[in-house]
Design a protein around this ligand. Structure first.
Ligand code: MCA
Ligand code: AMP
Length: 522
């Protein structure tokens, strides 16, 4: 069998001149392609030297990583692939209860965390049976690199087949705990190879990388895109609209969630001249408002290309890039749509009975293709529920497809809020709130927000005789949950609106609070 390790494919795409700059950081560091090759070899050698015994779960060892964004964090990802281990990225906003669950569930052999978190993270990890806990800080400090410095800078990528597990991405759910979506080397590589052509990556392209690297968008779509094209990245540790705008004349590709575009539009420095060198602006992870699409066109002369994906599937649909309409015979990027199913992706829209809806009608979106994950980590029952008998994955997104094939997402059947590109599941927040002292029940709903697109609002019902304080509740939640999941407002109420079946009518709560952050009628 030929080598299918994703790392090998990315490495093969490095330019011949290994001394050229691969990554330039916003704090003045330059990494050559040779640096990336050597550093990934050293960290891969370190991982392999741990001689991790095989477990009976049948999967290669997992490396769970909760560190701030840095080039070394990307190196760790690539080294994990290179060593044939499985990468498990964790948002730095996650608090101890969340981390405890992920580590307990995934049983990683190796955990890497920020130096400042070592005490509590290692305690959780050791308790779960993890033997190796390293630290990695965003200033190149920490035990991971100290140990890797003693390893050889040559390593042969471990042989992997397309179906072998490469990464586990935890996604929350409408019920119960988070599920780990298992993505293989083949899932990731097939998607990246197809997007390279679909988005017309060109020699000389330079990507501004300003997204976090613990989710699909920043970790896979952006990094694989640049590496597979041998393209330089301008690496921003944290998104700052002014810095991105300042870099536009040196770049050609930018990827962002809608909030990033909204924030850049708020800057006077964003002009047509400043964006003149750019080739492509891509948006995804959350719905891009049509106003943002038009405002961007007016200010920069560029038409944002919107695409749609999921942790379980990587990229599914995209507006066209090419003017020649090579793929679907269309070249128009239509605002408010997420474009066409990507080549190789089967997409269908079904009604509640499982029958295909007529063109233009709304239904549940189901997908299949080489990019679609194989299932949830150690949750065969959940996996079975989410796939149809003929192998389609139920996305939980509700949409329609027009006569030309453009897909529009109109809503979600899953109770999910997407806030600044991060997913927030009301059921998860409500679970935590309901455990707080004096709380009888609660409901979290998403309402429009000018910056984050959507944010959560919490309505809490006290137990009989209890007095609750909204600020106190929010403070208590902050200690337990990632900051982006914290509802932006909290109301104490006497009761929740219910229908005759006793089900909470979230639509009424949403209506009641929809004007909290945006003026009525917007
Ligand atoms: C930060 N805050 C947020 C969010 N981010 N609140 C709601 N939603 C958010 N997304 C809050 C913090 O809790 C904090 O509140 C305050 O804002 C400032 O925090 P800070 O970290 O400084 O915020 P920021 O740096 O301004 O971050 C905003 C951001 C960031 C740049 C928009 O959220 C971001 O990078 N989002 C991108 C997410 C992403 O990459 N998604 C891709 C998922 P307080 O002060 O009260 O504590 S992949 C995906 O969805 C699929 C597969 C796909 O299709 O791509
Ligand atoms: P995640 O679980 O983080 O992978 O988020 C996946 C979800 O993000 C999808 O199921 C969609 O609901 C949403 N999403 C991603 N891209 C878009 C988009 N362009 N427009 C609307 N929703 C999107």
């Amino acid at each position: 069998m030929t080598q299918q390790n994703l790392f090998s494919a990315l490495r093969d795409a490095f330019p011949a001149d290994l001394d050229g700059i691969a990554v330039e950081t916003d704090n003045g560091l330059n990494y050559s392609w040779r640096d990336l090759d050597r550093a990934t070899a050293m960290v891969a050698n370190l991982l392999q030297s741990l001689e991790i015994p095989e477990r009976d779960d049948g999967a290669p060892p997992r490396v769970a990583v909760q560190v701030e964004k840095s080039v070394e964090a990307m190196v760790l990802y690539l080294a994990t692939l290179r060593a044939g281990f499985v990468f498990l990225p964790l948002n730095t906003a996650y608090q101890s209860a969340e981390i405890e669950y992920f580590i307990g569930n995934a049983q990683p052999a190796v955990v890497v965390c920020g130096g400042g978190n070592f005490n509590w993270v290692s305690k959780i990890a050791f308790k779960a049976g993890t033997r190796h806990v390293f630290t990695l800080d965003d200033d190149r400090g920490g035990s991971l690199l100290e140990r890797a410095a003693h390893c050889s800078d040559r390593q042969t990528p471990v042989h992997r087949q397309a179906d072998d597990l490469a990464a586990i991405l935890y996604t929350s759910g409408t019920t119960g705990r988070s599920k780990g979506a298992m993505l293989s080397h083949g899932n990731l590589l097939s998607n990246a190879v197809m997007l390279k052509d679909y988005w017309g990556w060109q020699k000389g392209d330079v990507l501004i990388h300003a997204l976090p690297i613990f989710h699909v968008h920043g970790l896979f779509v952006a990094i694989h895109g640049a590496l597979l094209n041998g393209s330089k990245m301008l690496w921003h540790g944290k998104f700052d609209p002014k810095r991105v705008i300042a870099d536009l004349p040196r770049a050609s590709v930018f990827m962002g969630v809608p909030t990033l575009y909204v924030r850049m539009l708020g800057e006077a420095a964003l002009t047509r001249e400043q964006a003149a060198h750019m080739r492509l602006f891509i948006s995804g992870s959350a719905p891009l408002l049509i106003e943002t699409f038009h405002d961007w066109q007016a200010r920069t002369g560029h038409t944002i290309l919107e695409r749609y994906g999921m942790s379980e599937t990587i990229m599914l649909t995209s507006n066209p890039y090419r003017a020649d309409g090579r793929y679907q015979g269309q070249s128009e990027r239509r605002g408010g749509t997420v474009g066409f199913p990507l080549p190789g992706v089967g997409l269908r829209v079904l009604d509640d009975e499982g029958a295909a809806v007529p063109v233009g009608e709304i239904g549940g979106i189901q997908v299949r293709g080489p990019n679609v994950f194989s299932g949830y980590w150690q949750m065969p029952e959940k996996t079975k529920e989410e796939f149809t008998a003929d192998g389609f994955f139920k996305t939980g997104d509700v949409g329609k497809q027009d006569e030309r094939g453009y897909v529009t997402i109109v809503g979600r059947s899953k109770d999910l809020i997407i806030s600044g590109g991060y997913n927030v599941y009301p059921a998860e927040i409500e679970g935590y709130v309901n455990e707080l002292a004096g709380v009888a029940e609660s409901a979290v709903v998403g309402v429009p927000h000018p910056d984050f697109g959507e944010v959560g609002v919490l309505v809490v019902i006290p137990k009989a005789g209890a007095t609750l304080d909204a600020e106190r509740l929010i403070a208590d939640l902050k200690a337990k949950l990632a900051n982006f999941k914290i509802p932006k407002r909290c109301f104490i109420a006497a009761e929740l609106p219910r229908n005759t079946m006793g089900k909470v009518q979230k639509n009424l709560l949403r209506d009641q609070h929809k004007g909290l952050f945006v003026p009525a009628g917007v």
